[in-house]
Design a protein around this ligand. Sequence first.
Ligand code: ACO
Length: 335
Amino acid sequence: MTLNLKNNHLLSASVLGTGSYVPDRIMTNADLEKMVETNDEWIRTRTGIRERRIAAPHETTSDMAAAAAQTALENAGITAEELSMIICATVTPDMFFPNTACFVQTKIGATQAICFDVSAACSGFLYAMEIARQFIATGAHKTILVIGADKLSSIVNWEDRNTCVLFGDGAGAAILQHREGARGIITTPMGSDGRLADILYTPGGGSAAPITAENVHEKLSTIRMNGRETYKQAVKAMVESSQAALRQAGVTIDQVKCIIPHQANLRIIEAIADRLEVSLDKFHINLDRYGNTSAAAVAIAFDEAARQQRFQRGDLVLLVVFGGGLTWASSLLEW
Ligand code: ACO
């Protein structure tokens, strides 16, 4: 691929269109009461979650990703053949390989695209957006589909009340392209801290603890989480990352029209609002209906907020995420 650097200037990357998909099946807190020792009141007051969507057994991450991608293509008004790259952020790929983006490519007919996945847990969508932005900035790629998709129900331990009440399934997508005269994505500060890997992870299923009868029996391929520590780290990282984005862009939080946070827990979002000294009304929140859908969460919320016209062309939007790894990022963009 030849570089097309315009007068040695980097090109900006704007969001051309967004899309999302959630499965039909709704699992309410009352449904969970029949599965583990919990209750609606506990889940609602500790997390803000009322219900979540659960994919059908045959429904894969790439099925959901392709559905979200299809709506993003329609929203952007382009065809799948115009895509030169597909990046799918997920921690629940259809299989170890081929990558999930390749399955999406076939399902939507994006014959010209190169495809790969990104693994950064709940932060994956913003990591993928930033990778896409770099390719667009140099002119190496023109039109890139970025997806956040996860079927967390496939790695949840449905006997562990500490975790199973928190998660759901879904996919969100965005199409990035340079738009003349627009700033697009202005800055994306990112961070990682592998020292805290074990506060939120799935220990088994990979090369460290391969799938054996014994490991399956121990449920090693399901999510383990230290809730308190995750909560603490999530608030700290998302506050600091948001502040870094504002600082780097030279704007104040008052100039931001809408904040799209990772949808893990209402109390986490309230704590962020408090520390950024901004009204909760500025945040787009949908975790009451979908729970935490990992890489999909911020992408679905972004699509929903865009469709509800919570921001107009030229408005500043701040996306901010946190996930296992640890990983975190925020992205300040001009819509
Ligand atoms: N129903 C009823 N009781 C429960 C449940 C449940 N589903 N889950 C835990 N409890 C119990 C615990 O066993 C504990 O009982 P004990 O005091 O008898 O031992 C009690 O409730 C309190 O548990 P805590 O963990 O102290 O509760 P806390 O107020 O910290 O809330 C929660 C737990 C909601 C998990 C919180 O810590 C949290 O939100 N952490 C962030 C985790 C998160 O959002 N993870 C998502 C991943 S982040 C990302 O997306 C990458």
